[in-house]
Each structure stands twice: as C-alpha cells, then as structure tokens.
Design a protein around this ligand. Sequence first.
Ligand SMILES: Cc1cc2nc3c(=O)[nH]c(=O)nc-3n(C[C@H](O)[C@H](O)[C@H](O)COP(=O)(O)O)c2cc1C
Length: 334
Amino acid sequence: MFYYLIRKLLFLIDPEKSHTLTLKYLNSKHIQTLMDLFLKPISSIPTKCMGLEFPNKVGLAAGMDKNGEYINFFDKLGFGFIELGTATPLPQLGNTKPRMFRIPPIEAIINNMGFNNLGIENLINNIKKSNFNGIIGVNIGKNKNTSIENAINDYLICIEKVYCYANYIAINISSPNTKNLRNLQNGILFKNLLKNIKKKQKEMYRKYLKYVPIAIKISPDLSKNEIIYISNQLIKFKIDGVIATNTTLDHSVILKENKIEGGLSGLPLQKKSTNVISILYKQLNNQIPIIGVGGINSLNSAQEKIESGANLIQIYSGLIYHGPKFIRNIIKNL
Ligand SMILES: Cc1cc2nc3c(=O)[nH]c(=O)nc-3n(C[C@H](O)[C@H](O)[C@H](O)COP(=O)(O)O)c2cc1C
C-alpha cells in the first residue's frame, strides 16, 4: 500500500530522473541503516546453477544498475543475484533523451537507452568497493562506434577485464537499442562469437585457475527456428547459460498514435518471453540452464517461468510497478 502511494509521486517525475533520484536516495547511508533495522533476512533455499550457488532464485535484471552504483541497496532487498551493466569497453552517453517511458495502464516500460554507461573499468571499481554476499553477474555489450564486424573484440575486452570480479558474465546481443546488435544472434556471426568467447574463457581459466560461467542473453522476437538454431549452437559450444529474454520490439499492444521507439518490457512481454523459455527448455534438454526474465509481476508469473523451464528468474519492470515488498514476497514464496 505504502509503495503504491510513493509510486504516485514518483510517476509524476520524468522516468529516468526519478530512477536515478530514487536509487541515489535508497542507497544512502541512513536508508541502509533503516533497512538493517527493519528488514529481516529472508530464509530461502539456495540453488545451484552454472556451477555457482545462488542464495535464492530471484535476481535483478540488467539495466537497473548499469554502473554498479547501488549494489548494497539491492543486496539488502534480498536479491540472490544482481546483474550489473550493460557495460561497454569505453564509457558512452547512450541515445538522446527522453529515452525511458512508462505505460502504467498496461504495466509496461519502453526504453531506448542505448547502453548509457561509464565503462567497464568504472563498473569494476564499484564492484571492488561493494560487499555483496550473493552472486554478481556482469552484463557486457559493444560500444556504439564499434562496427558489428568488430563487435566480438569489444566482448573479449570486457571478458578479460571483468573476469576476476564477476561470478558470471552475460553477453548481451539482444538489446534493440544498439544498431544491428541483434544480428550477432544469427548464422556465422553467432557461431564466431561463441567460438571466440569460449576461447577467451579457456585462456582466462588457465591464467587465473578460476572458472567464470558465461551466459548469452537473447531476444523475445526470434522465430522458433531461430531459437532452435541458437539452442544447438549453445550446446555445441558448451555455453554455461542462456538468459531469456531482453525487451521486445513488438509494440502491437500500444495505440498507433502513442508509438515510441525502443524495447518494450513489463506485463505485455510476459507470455512472449515464457514462450521462448518453453522452446529453449525443450531444445536444450536440461543441458544448459535458463534464466527467465520478462514481465514477472506476481508470484504466479514467477512460478510460470520456473514451470516453463527457467532455473532462475530476473525482474526489472515488476520492481518499478510493485516495489520492494513484491520482490521480497517472491523470494520468500517461490
Ligand atoms: C530501462 C531499462 C533498461 C534496460 N537496460 C538493459 C541493459 O542495459 N542490458 C540488458 O541486457 N537488458 C536491459 N534491459 C532489459 C531487462 O534486463 C529485461 O531483460 C527486460 O526489461 C524484461 O524484463 P522485465 O519485463 O522484468 O522488465 C533494460 C530494461 C529497461 C526497462
């Protein structure tokens, strides 16, 4: 009830501004102290996935904490894992503002951020300063000015830099807001990417004697045949996990006169992403774990993702629309 009152005020402000202001405030020392006093730790059953032990199945999806500035706050909320990023090799501003829009009647968000971030080095410094007990995933992407033909290089640079500081690495090739990025999910570009990141992972393993799993984050706008192709390649290259899904370019739920550019997330994505998870589950035959994300806005919808084959889940829009208590309820009861 309390969150819905606060939400009324927050929704009066520009979405991106209220996002930054709220997180800055919630990450402050006095709020952290209050959270320590009033939030009881949630008891949950740890889950093994990608060779790691996750304190619980519920994670924060990428994009909420792009630079790793609010790790301690999300830790206190109870998330079992936090996916930071997307981070790119060099800092970049992202697309022009406004680039984040709420559509409250259908519990959706459209974003056209374009990987605004302070770069991978800055993210690593913030991870070093944090003291999160759960699992930290680092989601990486390519810089806007890197051509798609040279994109692999950007991923390899980020893997090399972040290898010692991440519990897992997520390869984002599914954001709709970076031109041609999604081409990396197709044919020879996809195979080449997997081959090279696997080679880099082996090289890093030999250097540090530490195995850091790598997961690929895919789009909800793929055809069944494309998902089957991706699944076969993931098995062939022994990729450690798949994250399904990113935001959708399908805006059919929105009136034509309200068309805004960008990826749609939240409730309208729920069934679409669950469908991708079901196809993946059938194809992967339990050989590769699935992290399910897209439109989770209730305990039921979280359970649906697990029943469709997801080993873990992630949430973004649901937190904006339903607040911290909703997250804690899912962690407690999933
Ligand atoms: C404002 C915003 C920014 C996002 N930024 C990223 C990003 O940088 N990298 C990424 O992989 N996904 C990003 N996402 C996608 C989310 O991680 C998630 O896959 C998607 O929103 C679906 O989940 P949801 O319906 O729970 O929001 C972003 C989503 C939103 C709403």
